[in-house]
Design a binder for this molecule. Structure first.
Ligand SMILES: Cc1cc2nc3c(=O)[nH]c(=O)nc-3n(C[C@H](O)[C@H](O)[C@H](O)COP(=O)(O)OP(=O)(O)OC[C@H]3O[C@@H](n4cnc5c(N)ncnc54)[C@H](O)[C@@H]3O)c2cc1C
Length: 345
């Protein structure tokens, strides 16, 4: 006798307030919990959900919910972490898309498989990490990526994508373009190179070396440094609702950069190999006087102008009104259009 399939985990009129780190109020008409590839296929084959539009939800830490969600919300809960291979030049490790990112990073370090330490404490789940090619302190996901499994939301077919197919860029991938909302990432594999090489060429980490006198920190020490730097700079979403950096750092031509430096010699900028330059969006926002300001119940974080916060009871519309006001003043003063980093729904 064949076992009857597990019932689908469906919730109607589900509150999303606790499921997004901004703490924005929104209600999902339907929320389905996804624990496996088979669960995605059951959604695809479902008479009511198959053709409906979908919102794929991880930890909700890179999302601005501006309204109730009529799309079917797929809450990703695929679990499991394992070592797939250990070769002389790498450890290949796999994690389910529903694993908590920071817990996964801590687990790899505890197992003695370093490489993800600079990405410690980034909120969210493993499955969303490739979507925007998460990055921090000199390392991006693409530097440690092997491949991922995803299920197509139209055909229900499982596919494996390598790095080239993911088309990673700065906070960008194919999952923000052609595959946006069309493909559910269910597992991600990482290639952690051996021998391990620390990545320490970042000002805050250099400061830690100077402070501690430890010029050869091990991976766990680096993860600890990154964790404490992040805690000092960024608001904890459990205390103050936010989605991390609200705008991408804009890239401008060498000529535009020279022009801005001519007018504002202090502008924080990082030259790029092709001659262009990345400007610190937080500096531009701060220069326009926004740090600590509010529009309604949405505000600009006092310690970091790049982070917008929920001062208590803010709606998504208030956050977007504040974001637009910031974009207008930065454009007015510098001629630069800031682009939001989180997905706006
Ligand atoms: C305090 C704070 C600090 C942050 N710092 C950083 C940082 O240093 N660097 C950085 O890069 N980001 C940072 N972020 C942003 C955020 O943590 C990352 O983008 C994270 O990867 C989002 O994960 P999530 O599970 O919460 O995704 P969600 O917000 O749930 O989803 C984000 C997007 O990914 C899609 N998605 C989610 N899961 C899947 C899946 N399994 N398959 C397909 N699509 C999916 C969603 O549909 C949505 O479009 C920060 C956020 C906060 C709140």
């Amino acid at each position: 006798m064949s076992a009857s399939p597990e019932p689908m985990h469906i919730q109607r009129r589900a509150s999303l307030r606790e499921l997004n780190t901004f703490g924005l109020p929104a209600v999902a008409a339907t929320l389905v919990r996804i624990g496996s590839d088979a669960d995605v296929r059951r959604v695809v084959d479902h008479p009511e959900f198959g053709l409906a539009s979908k919102l794929i939800l991880g930890g909700g830490s890179n999302l601005v919910l501006s309204r109730d969600v009529n799309a079917v919300v797929l809450k990703i809960e695929v679990r499991g972490c394992r070592l797939l291979a250990e070769t002389p030049d790498a450890w290949i490790v796999e994690a389910g898309a529903g694993e908590n990112w920071h817990e996964f990073v801590s687990w790899t370090l505890a197992q003695g498989w370093p490489g993800l330490e600079n990405l410690a404490l980034i909120p969210g789940l493993v499955g969303a990490a490739p979507v925007q090619n998460i990055g921090a302190y000199g390392v991006e996901l693409k530097d440690r990526f092997h491949s991922l499994d995803a299920v197509d939301l139209v055909t229900g077919r499982s596919v494996t994508l390598d790095a080239a197919m993911c088309r990673f860029g700065y906070r960008d991938s194919v999952f923000k373009h052609e595959l946006a909302g069309k493909s559910v990432i269910t597992r991600v594999r990482f290639r952690l190179p051996r021998p391990w090489q620390p990545v320490l060429g970042y000002l805050d980490l250099e400061r830690k070396i100077a402070e501690t006198g430890n010029t050869a920190p091990d991976p766990v020490t680096i993860a600890g440094w990154v964790t404490s730097i992040r805690r000092a700079k960024l608001p904890d979403p459990a205390v103050v609702g936010n989605a991390g950096s609200f705008f991408k750092n804009p890239v401008v031509s060498a000529e535009q950069c020279r022009d801005i430096i001519g007018r504002d010699p202090e502008v924080v900028h990082y030259p790029l190999p092709d001659g262009s330059a990345k400007l610190a969006a937080g500096w531009l926002i701060d220069a326009c006087g926004w740090k600590g300001k509010s529009v309604g119940r949405a505000g600009v974080y006092e310690k970091q102008a790049l982070v917008l916060v929920n001062r208590g009871g803010a709606s998504g519309a208030e956050v977007l009104t504040l974001a637009r006001a910031i974009q207008e003043s930065v454009y007015g003063r510098f001629g630069i259009r800031l682009e939001p980093e989180p997905v706006v729904w």
